[in-house]
Design a protein around this ligand. Sequence first.
Ligand SMILES: Cc1ncc(COP(=O)(O)O)c(C=O)c1O
Length: 389
Amino acid sequence: MIHDKTIDFIKSLYPNKNPIILHEPVFFGNEKKYMNDCIDSTFVSYVGKYVTQFEEMTSKYTGSKYAVAVVNGTAALQIALQIAGVKPDDEVITQSLTFVATVNAISHCGAKPVFIDVDKDTMGMSPEKLAYWLSKNTNYDKINKRTINQSTNQSISAIVPMHTFGFPCRINEIVEVANKYNIPVIEDSAESLGSLYKGKHTGTFGLAGVLSYNGNKTITTGGGGMIFTDDEEFAKKAKHITTTAKVPHKWEYIHDEVGYNYRMTNVTAAIGVAQMENLNEIIENKRQTAEKYRGFFQSYQSFNHSTIEFISEQAGSSSNYWLNCIQLENRKERDYFLEETNSNGVITRPIWRLMNKLDMYKDCQTGNLDNSDWLEDRIVNIPSGYRKQ
Ligand SMILES: Cc1ncc(COP(=O)(O)O)c(C=O)c1O
């Protein structure tokens, strides 16, 4: 076996686990206590203190002014896009290398995605490729202050960069480009809770950011999401339409627009509060694991025939190392690595099939996607969960 040393090393990081999965949730805090509190008090549903507490902890942690808890990250993205002004038949620019939920949320608004390439080093949207595509494919409608796609005549009403696997993309530069075209940025920071770009939390550069608390994320509530923003009106609107658009009244049921039941329950938020209490420790633990992987793969060449590169955070950014990534030499080496690890109790996964290659999105407009294609052939995620010490 070519990869036996790597497999042994990963097994030494996660002893007594078989198989070793990519990212296991951990509950070593007050989760049960707070859930019991919900049950004992009967506040298990939409009323209770934990939703507000979870929102306040998140806004404090991310440094954003407001946070609104919702059912999951996909719903968070959909609502953020709608409030940003995305309407049916509009177009939304995102990256081809992302998890399908980013693009599904665009579809849920009735809009069409346009796929732009990523940078090889961050695996997130490339500001240069974004600027190039906009300069070649759009006109600016000065009267309505909208950027229009020349080939479809539709408005481009949002840009959604994604911080892939927790590695911050060049979000400052992306927002600068977007501002020139008067297009709002909604950051898909579902994977990057705790990741910083130039000292500022990912998700706080554009109009709003979103988080996911799916079971495989850095912290989890079983399933859940968050919208966070500095814009008070945006936050109020997000709360309103995710809670059936009910107008406050002592007893009347009055709803002033078509709303959604996307609110997070008190039980879910209770888990979130307990998880937030341990977030710093979880991230520190994950960063230490990344350090161990970095050391291992640095000496890798000395005992193996091909190279494997460990992906590190870029200078000026700090990653939560949600999912650690390695880069194989080519697709054949990638597939060989996947085969050996997965058949020996170490779960590893390739990067997602590019969005423009999926049936439902294959006819969407794209820019040049060379880097995305290159990464799709080479990147593999390796086990990255919290390690009990
Ligand atoms: C990049 C990205 N966007 C959006 C989502 C959607 O989040 P959720 O699964 O909570 O709907 C996820 C995670 O699942 C994700 O990884």
